[in-house]
Design a protein around this ligand. Structure first.
Ligand SMILES: Cc1ncc(COP(=O)(O)O)c(C=O)c1O
Length: 499
């Protein structure tokens, strides 16, 4: 009762007494003056002490419980929540730091500046600690000893032949049987998408994308003056009826799709939907750009087939493969496999972009692949990510308020959430940044950026401890926002018809 004796409530303050009491107890908790699992004073006793009705105390305890600050034991009383005290994070008060770190204008350009102790759910890029630096150093040294100055020559624009051969073998494991000429090395998938846009799109051409979609691709298509049409995603992939309708109306040059663990939603297309899309493209004589940034990270999906593996004649799908999520993004290495009619156009676009991807790195990657070190590394990454993935699912189930909807992915690194209508992801973003947690507001992933209710959390850059801590912090902010709305609803003046 010690700390509670100093609480003062003012009847003439114009604020409900129960709100004043709730705030006063919350302050005690935030200042860590109450210890975890400490029992709050019994309702009647505290009411007497403060000279208020029992209901005032009941209401105050109720809000604290909704916010996860306290919990009730049947027949025993109300106690301080242990989880909350463990995870109270310091507020960042310096406005300059907040602006620098989390400025929405920076994040809208696809970047975020991360402070050392920040929990980074915003970027879907693996942590540097996971990079196989020693193994890669070994292959780099070996290449330098073996190839000397040739390692620093211009490499042929299509890519270093032994690496292309190794990749053709690698994709066979995923049932993609492609000709060596169809494979083009690229400096990352982003460049791949960009040269596809350059090679295939003329001003005013239409591209169909998923709604929501990957920002980097949208930016590339926009830069070519393309008209971008979006089609909603449902549980098992793109809405196929709407897709067909829009194909008929707009006759797009191609569809840009991520059929496995889509970015940002984590949705995977069902096998039958993948087959239907291939058939639609045959029927309407249309191409697909398949962005396979992540199908390797399959934890619980029955089917992570690529569209490319269903394109048995190799004439519909341009397959773009990134290694950034499972290997080292800074290498800027990836590849694409295209139908033969595009070989020359793509090669020309690649050449005019950067002549060739670094020969030294291509040679090192080839050794890394053929040694089998790659396979070991992928197994290691899978294990790491799976543990983070499971922790994320558990934490969401345990802490996230039930008013928040989310898509349960079967693999990958992204989790997609929908807030109740009245709560804005922008506000959530700003409050989370103040608590050292970064997330990606959903508007970034929509072509007109007009969404205000979604947000994406990625587990790529966070460890298990941070995942749980971060989810508790985000959940508490959302609970607070929900409570604010409920409270303002309570105080609202009501207008009734005069009857
Ligand atoms: C869906 C998707 N495609 C492509 C890329 C670009 O990958 P890369 O680093 O290989 O250029 C990203 C990067 O985040 C992505 O999320």
């Amino acid at each position: 009762m010690k700390h509670f004796e100093n609480i003062k409530l003012y009847k003439d303050k114009g604020e409900h007494l129960y709100i004043q009491l709730y705030k006063a107890i919350k302050k005690l908790i935030m200042e860590e003056r109450l210890s975890k699992d400490e029992k709050l004073p019994p309702i009647r006793k505290l009411a007497q002490k403060l000279d208020v009705n029992n209901v005032t105390v009941v209401n105050a305890y109720h809000i604290l419980e909704q916010e996860g600050l306290v919990y009730k034991k049947m027949g025993s009383g109300t106690y301080i929540s242990p989880d909350f005290l463990t995870y109270i994070s310091e507020e960042v008060e310096d406005q300059k730091i907040i602006e620098g770190l989390g400025s929405l204008s920076l994040i809208e350009q696809g970047q975020i500046q991360i402070k050392n102790n920040m929990i980074n759910f915003a970027s879907a890029t693996p942590m540097a600690e996971l990079f196989p630096v020693d193994d890669f150093k070994e292959v780099l040294n070996e290449v330098l000893d073996r190839d000397k100055g040739h390692a620093f020559d211009y490499q042929e624009s299509q890519g270093y032949l032994p690496l292309r051969e190794a990749l053709i073998k690698y994709v066979r494991e995923y049932n993609i049987f492609a000709d060596i000429n169809s494979l083009q090395i690229i400096s990352g998938a982003q460049q791949g998408i960009d040269i596809i846009a350059k090679a295939l799109l003329n001003y005013g051409d239409t591209v169909i994308v998923e709604n929501p979609s990957y920002t980097g691709a949208i930016a590339s298509f926009k830069s070519r003056g393309a008209k971008i049409i979006d089609v909603n995603l449902i549980d098992d992939g793109i809405d196929i009826d709407d897709l067909e309708r829009k194909i008929r109306i707009f006759r797009p040059r191609f569809l840009y799709l991520m059929p496995n663990f889509q970015n940002p939603t984590g949705i995977s297309y069902s096998r039958s939907k993948k087959e239907k899309i291939i058939n639609l493209c045959k029927q309407y004589n249309m191409y697909i750009v398949e962005d396979d940034y992540l199908s390797d990270l399959n934890f619980y999906s029955w089917d992570n087939t690529t569209l490319k593996s269903l394109d048995t004649n190799n004439d519909l799908v341009i397959y773009v493969k990134s290694f950034s999520k499972i290997f080292m993004p800074g290498l800027r290495l990836g590849f694409l496999i295209a139908p033969s009619i595009f070989y020359d156009h793509l090669l020309f676009a690649k050449h005019s972009s950067d002549i060739s991807t670094s020969g030294l790195l291509q040679r090192a990657l080839e050794l890394y692949f053929t040694r089998g070190t790659w396979k070991e590394h992928i197994k290691y990454m899978e294990k790491k990510y799976k543990s983070g993935f499971d922790t994320m699912l558990r934490s969401i189930e345990k802490y996230m308020p039930s008013q928040v909807e989310y898509i349960h992915p079967k693999g990958g690194v992204n989790f997609w959430f929908k807030l109740p209508m009245e709560i804005s992801s922008r506000e959530l973003y700003e409050k989370a940044i103040r608590k050292n947690v970064a997330l990606a507001p959903g508007n970034l992933f929509f072509i007109h950026q007009n969404d205000n209710n979604h947000f994406r959390l990625s587990i790529a850059s966070v460890n298990n401890y941070e995942i749980e801590k971060g989810i508790i912090i985000i959940s508490n902010i959302i609970k607070e926002l929900i409570n604010d709305i409920n409270r303002s609803g309570l105080n609202e003046e009501k207008y009734r018809p005069i009857l």
